[in-house]
Design a protein around this ligand. Sequence first.
Ligand SMILES: [Ca+2]
Length: 628
Amino acid sequence: MKLVRLVQTCLLALVLILLATPGLAVAATCESLAALNLPDTTITLAQAVAAGAFIPPGESVPPASVKNLPAFCRVAATIKPAKDSEIKMEVWLPLTGWNGKYRGEGNGGFAGSIFYPGLATAVSQGYASASTDTGHSGSPVDAHWALGHPDKIVDFGWRAIHEMTVKAKSVIQAFYGDAPRKSYFTGCSNGGRQALMEAQRFPEDYDGIIAGAPANYWTKVFATFIWDIQAMQAKPGSYIGANKIPAIARAVVAACDAYDGVKDGVLNDPRACRFHQVLLCKERDSDSCLTPPQEAALKKIYDGPVDAKGKQIFPGFLPGGEEGEGGWVTWIDSGPGKDLQSVFAHGFYTNMISSKEPVNLKTIDVETAVKLADEQQGQTFNAVDPNLKPFAARGGKLIMYHGWSDAALPPQGSINYYNSVEAAMGPGKPELFMRLFMAPGMQHCGGGPGTNSFGQFAPGVDADHDLNQALERWVEKGIAPDRLIATKFVDDKPEKGVAMTRPLCPYPAAATFKGTGDTNDAANFGCSVDAALARMLNDPGGEAPRPLSTPEPKYSKSARKQKIEGVVTLSVVIGTDGMAHDVKVVKSLEPTLDANAIAAVKTWKFAPATKDGRPVAVAMRLEVAFKL
Ligand SMILES: [Ca+2]
């Protein structure tokens, strides 16, 4: 009797202790999450996984990407927000040492599977993390699942990531008894599109977002893909085989590498590099030259699609980084119909677009193809809304990055989106919450001859070398990343050591060699917006922008009263449209005059800079004088 009472007392004490400890009292065991009731959701698995014990479905031994994991609670669920939906997701929750944060993982290509390597990296660093197959199962290059399944197309387009996010936060709350104190999303390629979609449509979902090489203008990306297919296949003899790529890469480096003042095999800003006809075969065709139809095709691939009036539909690809596994051989010319651009374009138009006649990518008019895609799937896929005010207003921070040598998604597309946000929100506004880092010599999401590693895959040493940490420092401590140090490892293998480091600069700035010291050391480089213009003017084929109309700025009453005179120095990018973009104050005079100088410059018109006769965008400084 006495013993029983003692036990009861102990139990009571334990319950009281549990109730008195915040969080602990409402936390759940991993297995009990199986009974969690969430809207439209079935929990299919809730299981504690011992340290190092996880083996992905379908594997017999753990691959390197998920080895040595800490113990975690693995929750799998199926979400059905629409009748035909079948969104599979997993949430991984560290059993000990949760850092209080949540990270959502993006998907590449057409998705179709849970991204275990992303979950593994996150859970190893103490995050609770979630990934989804986005509503269908299959290879990331396969789109057969979409045919006749409009609900699944919407899930893939935007719904699954949002659903995953909301459900993951509920699971985290149930397991730990606390909501995550901060939430982050990271993705590249289609994952970059998912990232921008979240920032635009669901600004409350994430505090910080990383959008790498985004396929955000989905319908127009396909315009470029179709353009490339037709550039090489519309006329016989135009196809540029993989055997010719090394020669093209060598010719680009020979023509343009030294342009940035450093001979390193990397083009700092490839927009300045135009080389024509240098590869034309002088005698007979060989691997080291191009025939006239191939030369014409190459020019088209660099130029990108234009409409019947010659207006650019979407940017093309840029010189540099053509060679290597992640380059043109994979994306553009692995053989007619075999390259990934063809595979993705075929998958999309065959399974997600209906038309009277089957779409023939080799013959369809590019404008017609874009029109079909925009009408039927633009709303579902395109993440191009420049209004990020709600995301910025809730304290959200966005880091975009894009490799200048991306052969999958045109790098200029990210610059265009950045510029559109600035146009919508006002000069100088994006930099309060948004950074775009263009990575010279980097291919699609990674790879390529340039410094291509800054925490996208494996965590970097600190916030200066790792964009995830840089983002979190910005969100949590208010320190904006003014540069990121990117690393090139020997043979792209970290275990072989560092070959080169370089700063990545926030657009429109570019890395500039200080003139002394080792060019393989980031410390000897600065970030400058003048670099691009200087490079261009040093080139005999380059011409600076010419002012056509430069209305005077207004004086402000207060400045007039105080008799303030002087010069406001602004950094601008003069676009191919002849207008000033990315207007920023470099040297301030007085707040009202600074604002008036910006307003005036925004109305100025220029004949755009040209490079070998073609209009190009250039960064430059403008001085606006105020004299009473
Ligand atoms: Ca160079």
